[in-house]
Write a protein that binds this ligand. Structure first.
Ligand SMILES: Cc1cc2nc3c(=O)[nH]c(=O)nc-3n(C[C@H](O)[C@H](O)[C@H](O)COP(=O)(O)OP(=O)(O)OC[C@H]3O[C@@H](n4cnc5c(N)ncnc54)[C@H](O)[C@@H]3O)c2cc1C
Length: 411
């Protein structure tokens, strides 16, 4: 199979000749990558997808599904084996995330946050002691992580966050930190064992922010009820509150004042994850729509025989293929150690807008049935919308992309 083929297609042999590969562009996957993605697809279709409608209705947190994914190594997909992870490359992980998302977008966001944010932050900036205590249990799936950046008055403008961390003792004899404030919209806020929290240790702006590791059960740490959301019902999102929460000196991640940089640098990788979440949601809607168009008859023939319907399916295929390709390019750039921030933003922008459009059009193909909870496309439509908002809204992606473009032109 090539990475450009519809991911639901059965595996096929490599299609690119050695000549094409040596020309510097190779869309082929290795045998190992194909096997991993196939295994994850089979697991997700058998164990995750059949539960997604029920979990959407009940709002139950998908512990069982996460346990299964942990057994496959996907709760620490790109973390090296030395720290308990599966050691996958970013391209393979991205394709796995597509499979999880096509089965259940709520499960996918929990996996994406865990892999992309707390784990990457600990891996890149943690000491060995922090990695041993916090990264290893996250990577094996024994523990769950939460990323705490957003506040009620600080979303897109993350540098304006107000949560306070006050030093106990002195610089010469540090006694740890006391955290006070509240975070909003935290994925797994009520379920996590390890919280990565951005708080203000210095003056205004980005340089005044540091990052802390806070353990569940620390006195003063609390969380609200799951927010009632349009979609992603099984992925709980809550406020997390800090009332004089004491954090030992050793639980600062990186250096004092480095917290926002740590968070934002990992959000670049997180955006590839959200792009693949969007691709997975869109693919699921597209597959349902294509099958339905072939089976539903009106005027004595399948509705697929009307160009008005078949062109919708064609546009869905094109949007998904394009979005997947850009997201995988960003993942590949990450794997080969090249800058990928702009590509990650482009991927998130294109994929999330594709997901919203594709799921909306899938409802149209289903007609009245598409509007019903009896069919999966209405859930996919509700789940798709958030991909345009979290980990940087579409507008913020356009800010990032345009800044990068103007920088090239000397702006
Ligand atoms: C389900 C869900 C899960 C989430 N999970 C987490 C999590 O785990 N951890 C976490 O820290 N946060 C999380 N968030 C928060 C999320 O990242 C923020 O909602 C997002 O960054 C947008 O911030 P905001 O909601 O404050 O919107 P605002 O920043 O208030 O933006 C409102 C509108 O103004 C636009 N806007 C703002 N600034 C500009 C600008 N400069 N130019 C153009 N347009 C602009 C925005 O694009 C948007 O359309 C989650 C949110 C949701 C809904």
């Amino acid at each position: 199979m090539t990475i450009l083929a519809p991911a639901s297609a059965p595996p096929t042999p490599e299609v690119l000749s050695p000549d094409t590969a040596s020309a510097g562009l190779n869309f082929g996957l290795s045998d190992d990558q194909r096997l991993i993605v196939q295994t994850v697809r089979e697991f997700c279709q058998a164990k995750v997808a059949p539960l997604s409608a029920e979990y959407d209705r009940s709002g139950e947190y998908p512990r069982e599904q996460l346990r299964g994914l942990a057994e496959l190594g996907l709760m620490g997909a790109t973390v090296p084996g030395a720290w308990g992870g599966a050691g996958l490359d970013s391209v393979t992980y991205a394709l796995c995330l597509e499979e999880i998302s096509a089965a259940d977008a709520s499960v996918a966001v929990i996996v994406s946050v865990q892999n992309g944010l707390p784990e990457q932050m600990l891996l890149k900036y943690g000491t060995d002691a922090q990695r041993e205590r916090y990264l290893r249990p996250l990577a094996t799936g024994e523990a769950l992580g939460a990323f705490c950046l957003t506040e009620s008055n600080s979303g897109s403008d993350a540098a304006s966050l107000r949560m306070k961390a006050t030093r106990e003792g002195s610089h010469d004899q540090p006694g740890g930190w006391i955290l006070d404030g509240s975070k909003s919209w935290i994925t797994s806020g009520n379920q996590a064992d390890t919280y990565l929290v951005m708080a203000r240790t210095g003056g205004a702006g980005a340089r005044g922010v540091s990052c802390f590791i806070v353990e569940r059960g620390t006195p003063g740490l609390g969380f609200g009820k799951p927010e009632e959301k349009l979609g992603l019902h099984a992925a709980h999102t809550t406020t997390v509150s800090f009332d004089s929460v004491r954090v030992p000196e050793g639980n600062m991640l990186g250096q004092e004042g480095q917290g926002l940089n740590i968070a934002l640098s990992c959000l670049d990788a997180g955006r590839i994850g959200i792009a693949m979440q969007a691709v997975g949601i869109a693919r699921a809607a597209f597959e349902h729509a294509a099958r339905y168009a072939l089976s539903r008859e009106q005027f004595g023939r399948p509705i697929a025989e009307n160009q008005g319907v078949s062109f919708k399916v064609a546009d869905m295929a094109a949007r998904i293929e394009g979005a997947r390709l850009v997201a995988l390019k960003a993942a590949w750039l990450k794997d080969v150690g090249q800058p990928y921030g702009r590509e990650a933003s482009i991927a998130k922008l294109l994929a999330s807008e594709a997901a919203v459009d594709v799921t909306r059009e899938a409802i149209q193909v289903f007609g009245g049935n598409g509007y019903s909870r009896e069919y999966p496309v209405e859930r996919l439509y509700r789940d798709a919308k958030i991909t345009e908002i979290y980990e940087g809204t579409s507008e913020i992606q356009r800010v990032v992309i345009s800044r990068s473009v103007f920088a090239e032109f000397g702006g």
